[in-house]
Ligand binder design. Structure first.
Ligand code: UDP
Length: 316
């Protein structure tokens, strides 16, 4: 007879955009999920569909405080952090604390439970990159004292802490470097370019381009990202892995695509470029392809249409 037992995963930032999608995937894979969030940028609406699910438990807590969880835990996914530039500009100290103290607590919990630990890191570890596209061996070009430094350096510290727990305490750790991701459950007012442009187009106002719009980003649909993260969690790989969609475009092209797909006739309004805004960003996903057999599947227009439908329903 085959022995089987239910796995338990703990997700910090479980009410956030990515944490809630990850939760849904883990539940679908048969895990029990314990989610933690303090709602500073997470949203109860992202988890309301889970009310009454016997495999789901929610703890309202700040992960920078000591975490007491009596259950056996097999996986700790550390996803708690403000993650949009305006959020971490408004919350600089909580952003530093969750990346540093929160990561320490989440690693301590994983060590205690002999659980696998997965850190949600970021393409921001590459800063304003001088290599293009970015592969995992690039060390980055980050301004530690600039306004984005609170996020970039917190995540770089979190990566260093994760590798220290791996090397010194032999915790089974993984690090995903997440590139720009979009989809349902992003906050319409979180300031990031995807909800900003879709929200502006739905409201019939000009699209706000920061700078001349020549800076590039590469956008990944959320289900593709979560699939890569799930595969990484189940792998035996400990070095950082980029997960993102290499389809790169300028922000001006992105605005024009939104206008075309939504069939609206709107102008572009130029605003000043935020300090240290990266000029280019595109993931080299060779490692994810090789190690995880992963690559994104959702076409840009399909993902954008699904996201527009979501924002339309929220505004409706
Ligand atoms: N951006 C823009 N208009 C907006 C919001 C953002 O032109 O209303 C630009 C921003 O300056 C950056 C890019 O879009 O170059 C992506 O910004 P986002 O905040 O989504 O995330 P980032 O990739 O900078 O972390």
């Amino acid at each position: 007879m085959k022995f089987s037992r239910q796995l338990t995963s703990l997700v910090t930032g479980g009410a956030g955009f990515l944490g809630s999608h990850l939760t849904d995937r883990l539940l679908k894979e048969g895990h029990r999920v314990i989610a933690i969030d303090n709602f500073i940028t997470g949203d109860p609406a992202n988890i309301e569909h889970l009310a009454g699910n016997e495999n789901y438990r929610f703890i309202r807590q700040d992960v920078t405080q000591y975490l007491f969880v009596p259950d056996d835990i097999n996986f700790v996914f550390h996803f708690a952090s403000p993650a949009s530039p305006i959020d971490y500009l408004e919350l600089p100290i909580p952003t530093l604390k969750v990346g540093a103290l929160g990561t320490h607590n989440a690693l301590g919990l994983a060590k205690d439970k002999r659980a696998t630990f997965l850190l949600a890191s970021t393409s921001e570890t590459y800063g304003d990159p001088l290599e293009h596209p970015q592969n995992e061996n690039y060390w980055g070009n980050v301004n530690p004292i600039g306004p984005r430094g609170v996020y970039d350096e917190a995540k770089r510290f979190a990566e260093a802490m994760t590798m220290a727990y791996h090397r010194y305490h032999h915790v089974d750790t993984k690090i995903v470097r997440i590139f720009n991701t979009y989809g349902p459950r992003m906050r319409l007012a979180d300031g990031r370019v995807v909800p900003a442009f879709i929200g502006q187009a739905l409201n019939g106002v000009p699209l706000t381009i920061f700078g001349d719009g020549s800076q590039t980003r590469s956008f990944c649909y959320v289900s593709d990202l979560i699939d890569g993260i799930y595969k990484l969690a189940m792998s035996k790989f400990h070095e950082p892995v980029n997960i993102g969609n290499p389809r790169e475009m300028t922000i001006k092209q992105f605005a024009e695509e939104i206008i075309r797909i939504m069939g609206v006739n709107l102008s572009l309004e130029h605003k000043s470029l935020p300090v240290d805004d990266p000029k280019v960003r595109q993931p080299d996903i060779s490692r994810a392809k090789k190690v995880l057999g992963w690559e994104p599947k959702i076409e840009f227009e399909e993902g954008i249409r699904l996201t527009i439908d979501y924002f339309r329903s929220r505004l409706g």
